[in-house]
Design a protein around this ligand. Sequence first.
Ligand code: PTJ
Length: 243
Amino acid sequence: MIPADHPRYRSLVIRERMAAFAREGIVSWEGLTAHGRGEAFDYLIGERTTDSARIAERTAAAMLLCARHPVISINGNTAALAAPAIAALQRACGALVEVNLFHRTEERVRQIEALLRDAGVTVFSGTAEQLLPLSHDRAWCRREGMYAADLVLVPLEDGDRCEALVRMGKQVIAIDLNPLSRTARTATLTVVDELTRALPAITDACTTLTSREQAQLLDSLDNHYLLKKAMDEITARLSHALD
Ligand code: PTJ
């Protein structure tokens, strides 16, 4: 029997919740496979926030606080896993929250927006247009929202859109447990941590960063260095895994 405070117990509860959200249509079936991939990487990382992730989370907060027009992009997995944490981050940094889906239907957009609103998020809604240079449905966004953003936070992202946003000149913060993914390597900054640990850590940093630390973090931002550190942390853990 796994004790209720053990991370593995938590991940079993979350898995059940993701399956229930998939049956409702909020999480796509493909989102369940993405979640499984995340679980595998979290296991390699040790189901904890690493030192490099902690730096990335504080840097993410610094970037959000400095941005002129920050937008948090939400897909089905993110809404299902962390709607109340998104509300808290929005309150702390003032970003717009906009739904942007890979497997887009108007019904899913409506369901996800309702879930977010129920959790206290102010959702930036309205008419979406095919504005991002992408051939799939992630191109749909709002002109005054993601299209106009100078910074987009993209939890659990696919590589295509991350690349498109960076090519449009935007800063992109990714939250992705896989430090080798195209998203992780393309983003301006990648937080290699589990979403439900990363969001509260970024929110906390938004309220505790001094302007001096904020400036230092922005000056020293080096995504390649942070990804290398994340790989080193995984490698160090694996090399002692059987001890
Ligand atoms: O809701 P939709 O229709 O927009 O669909 C979203 C999908 C599933 C298509 C989208 O999330 C996606 O494209 O996912 P990928 O390409 O499978 O990438 C997801 C990445 O997020 C993978 O590298 C996973 O390791 C990582 N990941 C999964 N769960 C978590 C995670 N990272 C942090 N926290 C998690 N809980």
